[in-house]
Design a protein around this ligand. Sequence first.
Ligand code: PLP
Length: 416
Amino acid sequence: METAAQEVQRITRFEDTPEYRHFAARKQALLSDTDNPYFIAHDSPLTDKSFMDGQWVLNFGSYNYAGMSGRQEVSEAAIDAIRRYGTSASGSRLLAGEKTLDRELERAIAQWKHTEDALVLVGGHSTNVTFVGNFCHDGDLILYDALIHNSVAEGCRLAHATARPFPHNDWEALERILERRRDKFAKVLICVEGVYSMDGDISPVPEFVRIKKRYGCFLMVDEAHSTCVIGETGGGVDEYFGLAPEDIDIKMGTLSKGLGACGGYLAGSASLIEYLRYSLPGFVFSVGISPALAAATLCAVQLMQTDPSIMENLRRNVACFAQEARKRRLDIGLAGKTAILPVLVGPDADAWALSNHLRHRGVFVPPAVYPAVPKDQARLRFCVTAAHRPEQIVEALNKLEETACELGIALPRIPE
Ligand SMILES: Cc1ncc(COP(=O)(O)O)c(C=O)c1O
């Protein structure tokens, strides 16, 4: 909107913008240049340990849940693909053409996710932005969990549709909205995550399936943190809850986390995926994933279904962390069944201090602070992977207790 000329102050240097000033003030108040817990350089794969500042530290900060990134078979699949195809897809698959490998990967994902077809895109975040941003139009409604990832929220901003949050996991509240408003809209898209990334809790997906059927809606589940984490073969929410193949309309996932590569996928009915293949802007107008990443992901999907030790180890580590945390009466909130196990700290400054001190003592765990989590509910976001060993988990929690004690930080405790 145009504003009257005399009211407008020209800004010609980025440093004078309100957004930069706000950022700079917050950074100066909260982060020191010498001990910043962000952008830590890890000069190794991110498995149970990683190499930083000239030493190996225990790593509890990666989403490499199944230990695929750094696993020999996966790296070799990527190297073979580079030798055969080079490093880039070099253009949109629609126009520039694709590799046989691209379709092989999509068929493998579809089979694993019990859908008719799947589409692979270059980024997990951009997959959500482009799908949510283009699936709904004027006269449609998007209802999303209040804790939904930023990528879905950005998609809602892009879509020419009405978009409303409902309280976290509160399917009863969702149902009340639909009772009142379903008939006012043509399509309704319900967006939830399989496992939530700040709390590590599993979404009550069967309730959402029931509701979407009752009110005639489309259900999209973002499985960034549920594929390779829950379900017998790490197949995600449908495998975990024993859902029918068609219960979820759009199964979205990332290739960057459990699958150890980079990219995103959308899995669903043949007609939906065919439509998206020819019309989704983030696919049609963007490059395909690199052959190395396609080959690595294909290898990872196959390993998930053929090597039961991956999920056995991950389940053992999740159970071990939850048990050790409870033994110490640390507050892990709703977590305990998935690979994300946040330990509640409280004030942002305490979470930063603990993260920095733990790193110097050989344990890497990133802080999650406001606005990613509610004010005064900062936490240390431990992620376990299949590659960890139980004694590493015990060591990390012991060091957390010692460090908190030395810094005079009273960690919140759950009642006995
Ligand atoms: C729930 C969720 N969806 C989507 C994404 C985006 O995925 P990517 O990091 O692979 O782009 C993330 C990333 O953290 C996520 O947590």
